[in-house]
Design a protein around this ligand. Sequence first.
Ligand code: NAP
Length: 259
Amino acid sequence: MDLGIKGKRALVCASSKGLGKGCAMKLAEAGVNLVINARGAEALEATAAEIREATGVEVTAVAADITSEEGRAKVLEACGEIDILVNNAGGPPPGMWQDWEREDFIKALDSNMLTPIALIKALVPGMMERGWGRVVNITSQSVKSPIGILGLSNSARAGLTGYVAGTSRQVASSGVVMNNLLPGLHETDRAVSLAKGTSAKEGIPYEEVIAKRNAANPTGRIGTAEEFGATCAFMCSQYVGFMIGQNILLDGGVGNTTM
Ligand code: NAP
């Protein structure tokens, strides 16, 4: 399917690995030129080379911490005119509700709420002027169905969701489409480290944690970065002009709700 976005330019944050990389690769397959980002330069350059080799699009790689003001400035300087923004960053650490202090919340809010908002504020005005833009915020299934030990994530992402709900409707008439994409469990480094954490905490072998986790999903497995990226690319396509401020859940049906 031609997504109708060939030649557009996208910033995909936190994209040397995992879900961000999945999104970058699928946008590149649709002919979108990219600015990709992560803190670690080595993995980032390797991903940039892999995407160029696979798709032939232009890829600019900017090694920077997207959650810091200096990091964002460095990324934005390399951006030029951006048509598509995919907001992403590492998730906050797990823990227990009674242990989190103000500083922990501030850090989570900075990473997973205020960073995407800062990038929206920096890039959406240009999209509005040009009459076309797409924003996809990678959040989490925890927005719809809280995960107790990820309370910092539940809180920060709910804040971003509220902001996007209002803002997406304010910018829609300018041709800017803004939505959130909510991953359930996907096969990435983050999922491996969460499973290792459960294994250590509960004293269960890692393989058993994985088997239980997969069995708990209606599909009998967890998601892949490739299918996640394909959904993201569709949400950045020409075909989503009437999808505004939505929260698209990709969880294999594990959230047992009717709507
Ligand atoms: P991942 O496999 O750990 O990959 C994270 C990517 O982001 C890496 O490229 C990493 O590179 C980069 N990154 C992390 N922090 C960064 C920062 N401050 N600045 C720039 N780049 C940064 O993670 P993932 O599984 O793809 O998860 C992506 C997001 O989705 C996270 O917020 C996660 O909480 C959320 N999520 C994931 C799942 C899942 O099952 N995978 C489920 C629900 C929600 P560097 O480390 O080199 O910076």
